[in-house]
Design a binder for this molecule. Structure first.
Ligand code: FNR
Length: 358
């Protein structure tokens, strides 16, 4: 038996295997609505055998998008346009999941294909927000520091987006707290320099992310799991968010009903130096799993079948998330299963392509 291709059960949801598609923005949405591209992109990976497709960062508000090309769930109209994607993923025996996001001070950017620079209001951009009036880096707008009433209202928008995600047919919601976006900026002392109850100490900095999580959990039916993508570290020389703080935070997340931690890192500093070694974030997933006693997913430079199998087999993580490797090869799980001599069902319509003539 190859554990990588065994099911993972979280609450009442059985994910058929432990190769997940990592969320990846396509920057091709229109007013927050997916296009045919999104259906093909997500659908192809579901056909290719992943156990779970995590739909890209989806804005809980228009101003929570990274760019005008990002998906959204701020209106009931988005429920109807996302539903066919969830349905198609499910029809392949795969679990449809969606990442809910607010980009905070890293919002209001041009799409990467047009350079990715900050957009002024005149160019179709908007006022960005954060815990403190500290920009991401020079050339980026100074965020509006959110007041307590605005935080309460924002938590309500996470709840509304959660209801819509479930109405659209997704089984799993992931709250995005990594990569320098809004909830990460609350966690990290680099971006959060508040002096009220939402900053300062570890307890103050985790307060808003925990309040959002608690309210999202309450909005979800009991039988559906909740994921959180965390930044394991800011990779800051000093004074940033780090692994010991993450481990403590993930224990708190577990206590309020989070089921799975998707372990990433970085994104708060523009000059960070990320390692580029295979599986460089796996030790973070392993430490969180062991010390916060919660299921984890490892992500980042996982590309090889044996590498992925070993991560799960050794108990470092419960699943792996693949990003760029699935862009190169949407059928990666089918190839990996063959290489590992595991059995994974091929789509019936493709069976005639399963075996190469000798
Ligand atoms: C990403 N990533 C990302 N992460 C996230 O949490 N939400 C998102 O919407 C996106 N969008 C996105 C778009 C594209 C084109 C890429 C390549 C990446 C990060 C991604 O999920 C993953 O964590 C990293 O790419 C590292 O994993 P790989 O690519 O080394 O397997």
């Amino acid at each position: 038996m190859v554990r990588l291709f065994e099911p993972l059960k979280l609450r009442a949801v059985e994910i058929p295997n432990r190769v997940f598609m990592s969320p990846m923005c396509m920057f091709l949405a229109q007013d927050g609505h997916p296009t045919a591209w999104h259906k093909v992109h997500c659908g192809a990976r579901a056909v290719g055998g992943v156990g779970l497709v995590m739909v890209e960062a989806t804005g809980i508000l228009p101003e929570g998008r990274i760019s005008p090309g990002c998906l959204g769930l701020w209106s009931d109209d988005h429920v109807a346009s996302l539903r066919p994607i969830a349905e198609f993923i499910r029809a392949q025996g795969c679990i449809p999941a969606i990442q809910l996001a607010h980009s905070g001070r890293r919002a209001s950017l041009q799409i990467p294909a047009k350079g990715g620079a900050p957009l002024t209001v005149d160019e179709g951009g908007w006022t960005v927000v954060g815990p403190s009036a500290l920009p991401f880096t020079s050339g980026y707008p100074i965020p509006h520091a959110l007041g307590e009433e605005e935080l309460d209202w924002l938590a309500d928008q996470y709840v509304a987006a959660t209801h819509r995600a479930i109405a659209a047919g997704f089984d799993i919601v992931e709250v995005h707290m990594a990569h320098g976006y809004l909830l990460h900026t609350f966690l990290s002392p680099i971006a959060n320099q508040r002096t009220d109850g939402y900053g300062g100490s570890w307890e103050g900095r985790v307060r808003f992310p925990l309040e959002v999580t608690q309210r999202v959990r309450m909005a979800l039916p009991d039988h559906l799991p909740l994921f959180v993508r965390v930044p394991a570290t800011d990779w800051a020389a000093e004074g940033g968010w780090d692994l010991p703080q993450t481990i403590r935070f993930c224990s708190a997340l577990r206590e309020i009903g989070v089921d799975f931690i998707d372990v990433s890192s970085g994104g708060i500093l523009d000059n960070e130096k990320l390692p580029t070694t295979p599986g460089f974030q796996v030790p973070f997933a392993a430490a969180i799993k062991a010390q916060s006693h919660i299921a984890t997913g490892a992500v980042g430079l996982i590309t090889d079948a044996h590498q992925a199998a070993e991560i799960v087999e050794s108990g470092q993580a419960d699943a792996v998330l693949l990003g760029r490797e699935l862009l190169r090869n949407p059928h990666w799980p089918l190839y990996a299963a063959a290489e590992l001599e595991a059995s994974v069902p091929w789509p019936h319509a493709y069976l005639r392509g399963k075996f190469r003539p000798k």
